[in-house]
Design a protein around this ligand. Structure first.
Ligand SMILES: [Zn+2]
Length: 109
């Protein structure tokens, strides 16, 4: 399992069901954008309607740590959840795109 997948798992375990659903909805709303990707940290912006500036959410996949500047009561908050879901999906798409042309497995014949 990738570090991102494990981070997402950890976030899911820590989050309440209501926050998790809110995070899933946000991840599909197209409001999360990746600002920078580093060895240890990924910085994302989450645009919330009605807020003048986007929130900054930082994920540390290797350390399974996350931060968000929304100062919400929930930890992880829905922004962290959305950020992790979006990143994990992007990673999955990359893996599929890289693997598909090189390896037509027996199952596809
Ligand atoms: Zn937040």
């Amino acid at each position: 399992m990738s570090a991102l997948a494990e981070l997402l798992e950890a976030i899911r375990e820590e989050s309440g069901p209501a926050t998790w659903s809110a995070g899933q909805a946000l991840s599909r709303a197209g409001v999360v954008s990746v600002q920078s990707v580093d060895e240890e940290e990924v910085v994302l912006r989450v645009r919330i309607p009605g807020r003048p500036t986007p929130l900054t959410t930082t994920l540390y996949p290797e350390d399974e740590i996350w931060e968000c500047d929304c100062r919400g009561k929930a930890d992880p908050c829905e922004h962290v959840i959305a950020a992790a879901i979006v990143l994990r999906q992007a990673e999955g798409r990359k893996a599929t795109a890289a693997a598909a042309p090189a390896r037509p497995g027996p199952a596809s014949l």
